[in-house]
Design a protein around this ligand. Structure first.
Ligand code: AMP
Ligand code: MN
Ligand code: MN
Ligand code: MN
Length: 302
């Protein structure tokens, strides 16, 4: 199905395998209920949510792509004041090199968690890692799980406040963790048959090249040179002008366009699957083009 007028999709969804609160099957059931044309499960540092959805069986009529979201450093000599995240679409969930990278990133999280708890304890927030693990099921523990327990214990009123006061970069319980460089991340995604995409460009913050102020276009041109194949154009925090600007940039530089809500369930209550904050509508054609690109990448490698 090339186009599917009026049908929308959501290519940025987190499951309980990372920091979402919907299981992979609950995500698929909700997508069907919402009549979405296609979804992708894009957990942080793991493809186990996508793998679980695939093995449970994707219902007829729903498009599905495996996915992953990797936090990386910006490409040197660029610096960004905000977050630099790369999405990988249609990756082979059994790829060995990707699996090895994701295991290393998850290990970095596991090293960091006790250090965060230690800092919180020193700040008078008395929770233990065991308690966080118990409250979080099989999920890989990350800051939202710690924040949720702090809310549950009434140590802070909201998850946002837990981040603002304690957990965000710059706050007193923040601990750095290992990040991969984007060239390696994108090479490994492509090696796993996947399409690397720059996530939510609105969160990049101020972009500098060496010490000079730079712009998004220069960064995108550089990224394309080291493997980038797409831009997340549609996103809840992208106002219409930004969406249009990103779409122009994608067309000018022959990059794919993607979009999604970044649904996390209860930890980001204001975000709904498919519609984001209410305004989001990601056209179905983007799924078709992304899938075709992934299929042709795989056939040239075969
Ligand atoms: P971590 O993966 O441990 O570095 O934590 C980062 C995750 O925390 C991101 O993927 C977001 O989903 C989540 N996050 C960051 N800030 C907030 C916030 N203010 N409220 C809820 N979730 C947040
Ligand atoms: Mn998250
Ligand atoms: Mn992200
Ligand atoms: Mn995300």
């Amino acid at each position: 199905m090339e186009s599917n007028p009026g049908v929308s999709i959501d290519l940025h969804i987190h499951s309980t395998a990372s920091d979402g609160t919907f299981s992979p099957s609950e995500i698929i059931a909700r997508a069907v209920q919402l009549s979405l044309g296609a979804v992708a499960i894009t957990d942080h540092d793991t493809v186990s949510g996508a793998r679980e959805a695939i093995s449970a069986g994707i219902p007829d009529g729903l498009g599905f792509l495996s996915g992953v979201e990797i936090t990386s450093t910006p490409p040197l000599p660029f610096h960004c004041s905000g977050s630099f995240h790369i999405l990988g679409y249609a990756v082979d969930t059994e790829d060995v090199e990707l699996g090895r990278l994701l295991a290393r990133l998850r290990a970095a999280r596991r090293d960091r968690n006790p250090k965060i708890i230690e800092r919180l304890n020193a700040l008078g927030i008395h929770i233990t890692l065991d308690e966080v693990v118990k409250a979080s099921g099989d999920a890989q523990i990350s800051r939202p799980h710690i924040a949720s327990l702090m809310v549950e214990r009434a140590l802070v009123p909201t998850i946002d406040e837990a981040f603002d006061r304690y957990l965000d970069s710059g706050a007193p319980a923040f601990v750095e963790k290992f990040q991969i460089d984007p060239e390696s991340a994108m090479r490994i995604i492509i090696g796993a048959g996947g399409i690397p995409v720059l996530a939510h460009p609105v969160y990049l913050g101020d972009i500098r090249e060496n010490s000079r102020k730079s712009d998004l276009e220069a960064l995108i041109v550089h990224l394309k040179g080291i493997g980038l194949m797409g831009i997340e154009v549609y996103y809840p925090d992208h106002p219409r002008e930004i969406t249009e600007q990103l779409s122009r940039l994608a067309r000018r530089h022959d990059l794919l366009e993607t979009g999604g809500s970044d649904f996390h369930g209860a930890i980001k209550e204001e975000i709904s699957m498919g519609t984001g904050k209410g305004e989001l509508s990601v056209p179905y054609e983007l799924y078709t083009r992304l899938k075709n690109a992934a299929d042709s990448l795989k056939s040239t490698r075969a």
